[in-house]
Design a protein around this ligand. Structure first.
Ligand code: FES
Length: 197
């Protein structure tokens, strides 16, 4: 081997070693970065969310994020439930047979406990977030309004169980996510009877 080709070979080895070293740093760096990411990533991807409702007043609502979407928890009063049941409003899907919810929510209250509503705050028309309108017979919603949710984007109305009124742009009721209770005041959204959704 000539002196020139020997020099070339050594130059190649030096470059190859440097590149390998740089790749090695890359491989070392990725697990280090990944080690502090999972909890944030897991939350974004759908890890269960805990909601403490011990301080949630009667008739009030709390908003949380689950899988990047708003979830509302409402503590309905008996008066709100009675008004809803006696409103006489004909709903598009009163038994929620064409809507999305866990099996345990296939009841008029669409919930595990009648007074606690857990519902996805996303309109089933085009995905706007409806507003909570718990006032009765407001001027803009009419004398028959007994409280519920109103989507200002295209005017869809939902009752206090998230059931859509007839002839609305929204085709189905609001979605009920999987959830479970731990005791009276802690709700785990994203888990149903101990199984992650
Ligand atoms: S997005 Fe709610 S009515 Fe259209």
């Amino acid at each position: 081997m000539s002196e020139k080709s020997d020099l070339n070979r050594r130059h190649f080895l030096t470059v190859a070693t440097s590149v390998t070293g740089a790749v090695g740093v890359g491989f070392v760096a990725v697990p280090f970065v990944a080690s502090w990411l999972p909890s944030a990533r897991a939350r974004a991807l759908g890890a269960p969310v805990e909601v403490d409702i011990s301080k949630l007043d009667d008739g009030a609502m709390v908003r949380v994020q689950w899988r990047g979407r708003p979830v509302w928890v409402v503590r309905r009063t008996q008066v709100m439930l009675d008004r809803m049941e006696n409103s006489g409003i004909e709903l598009r899907d009163p038994d929620s047979l064409e809507s999305i919810q866990p099996n345990f929510a296939l009841n008029d209250f669409r919930s595990l406990k009648p007074k606690i509503l857990v519902v996805l705050g996303v309109c089933t028309h085009l995905g706007c977030s409806p507003t909570a309108r718990f006032d009765v017979a407001p001027a803009d919603l009419g004398p028959d309004w007994v409280g519920g949710f109103f989507c200002p984007c295209h005017g869809s109305k939902f009752d206090l169980s998230g059931r859509v009124y007839p002839a609305m742009p929204a085709p189905t009721n609001l979605t009920i996510p999987p959830y479970r209770f731990v005791g009276d005041n802690l709700i785990i959204i994203g888990e149903e009877t101990g199984v992650a959704a």
